[in-house]
Design a protein around this ligand. Sequence first.
Ligand SMILES: [Zn+2]
Length: 398
Amino acid sequence: MAEALVTTDAGKVVIRNIGLLLSGDIDQPILDADTIVCVNGIITAVGKEKDCDISHADTLIDARQTCVSPGLIDSHVHPVFGDWTPRQNQLGWIESTMNGGVTTMISAGEVHLPGRPKDIVGLKALAITAQRAFDNFRPGGVKVLAGAPVIEQGMVEQDFKDLADAGVTLLGEVGLGSVKAGQEAQMMVAWARKYGIQSTIHTGGPSIPGSGLIDKDVVLEADADIIGHINGGHTSLSEQHVCELCEQSTRGIEIVHNGNEKIAIAAAQAAIQLKCPHRVILGTDGPAGSGVQPLGILRMIALLSSLGNIPPEIVFCFATGNTAKMRNLNCGLIETGRAADFVIMDRAQHTAGRDLLQSLSFGDIPGIGMVIIDGIVRCGRSRNTPPATEVPHIVTGH
Ligand SMILES: [Zn+2]
C-alpha cells in the first residue's frame, strides 16, 4: 500500500489514439487533440499525433479511442492518518477512491481524529503534522493536501502566521470548532487569507451530533474562500437561501456527494443561470456518516449531467480545472506544464448511452480503464467502476 514520495522518474510517457480529450477548462472543455506527451510527470505536449514527438517513449499507451480527462479532484475530504478513516473504521479508502478516478484530495479538516486537540497549540501541531504526513505518504499515489486546522475561539493573528510559516495552506471547515459567529469567523478568515491560507466554511445544518448550524448570513459575513458543501453536509439550507448565496457571494460554490441531492442540482443550475459556472467545484465530504464512496465524484458528475441537465463535459470541469484554478493546483487541466494526472474512461459495458458523454447524460457512470498520477500508471481497469467497454493498452513500458 505504501507509495513513493513526489516522483520525478516517470520518464517519457506518451498517450496516443485518444478518442475524446476533456481539458478541464470550462471555457473549452473538449480539445481537438488525440495525443499527450509527458516527461517526468509533467505534460510537455498536447495535440495531434503527427504534430507531437512520440519517439523514444519509456511508456507508450494506446488509449484505443477512449476518453482522457484530467485526474479528478475531490475538493472536500476528511482524512486522518495514512489510508485509515476512524469514521467508519475502514482501511484503504484513499486507494479505493483512486480507483474512482480521484488523483487529488483536499482536506476540509482532520476532524475525525479520535481525541482531536482543541487547544490552540494542539490544533496547530495537528495541522502541521497532518500536512507533513500526507506530503510524505501518498496512498495509491493520490495527492492528499491535508493539514487543515479547525479554528477555535482565542486564536490570534500570530497563530495564522505561525501556521503559514510552517507550511499550512488550508483551514478546516469554519464552524466545526467553537468559532460559529459571523464576525469572529470573518476576522480569522481574513487573517488566514493575509498569510496565504485558503478557507472553507461549513454550510447548513449539523453533520453529526456535536456539530452545528451555519446559516446563510454567517456564510456571507465570514466570507470564506469556499462555500463548503453549499448543498449541506447532509442537511441543507433552504433552496432559496442557497440560491441567494450563489448570487450574493463571489466565492467558490462547493457541491458534495454527502449532501442534499436536490439542492446540489439547484446550486449548479443557479451558477449556470448567474453565468458563473467557473465557481462550481465538487467534493464528497467523505468519509462521512454515509460511509466512504470511492465513486462519489463520478456519481456527482452523473447526477449533475443527467438530472441537472448540464453538459457532462462542463460538469467534468467542476471536478478538475475549476478546482485547480480556485485552489492554485498544478493539476486538473490538460495543458503544457501541468501535472501528468489522468483518468482514462469509456462508456460502461451495456449502458444505453452511445458514447461516454451520452451515457453520463443518461445518468450512468463511466468505466475507468486506467489512472495515471505524475506520469505513473497507478491502476488499470478499475476494480470499483462498472467495466469500461474499451480499456487502454500499454504498448511499451518498464
Ligand atoms: Zn461540514
